[in-house]
Design a protein around this ligand. Sequence first.
Ligand code: PNS
Length: 160
Amino acid sequence: MIRAIYPGSFDPVSNGHLDIIRRAAEKVDELIVAILVNRNKSHSLFTVEERMEQLKLVTKDLPNVSIDCFQGLLVDFARQKDAQVIIRGLRAVTDFESEFQMALTNRSLSPNLETFFIPTSVEYLYLSSSTIKEVASFGGDICGMVPCEIKQALMDKYKK
Ligand code: PNS
């Protein structure tokens, strides 16, 4: 039985994240999507509670996916959840250096915890939560970048 964790900021969840969640969920028994609770709350557009609700909404058709959040080291959270695998999506070569460093750091802290990289689907290669927020903040069209429910939440945030 493989229990995996897909950690991230998900501020907000994009179609690229959702693609990774769906593909990972097909390959493992249980997938925990885990939001990092950042100590500096002012860096996030959505609260952790809002992001948890959003992720629950967009993964409601995936029975082996659950949503959680964590503080501190990912390896400690993985130990607590008895997870053996970390999932990370890889977009381009530019992601590789930092992701490789993170995977090796996690492995040195917890040798039995393995990181599995999933290459992003080509249509989502260019997506990142920060560019999505920038486009949305200037009233640009974010259709196709985020699930419909999240598009509305983003528009509401920037209307305020
Ligand atoms: O979506 P992001 O911001 O790329 O996700 C980064 C995340 C949350 C996976 C990473 O920052 C993380 O795991 N932070 C927890 C702290 C930790 O364990 N650090 C050691 C590994 S570098």
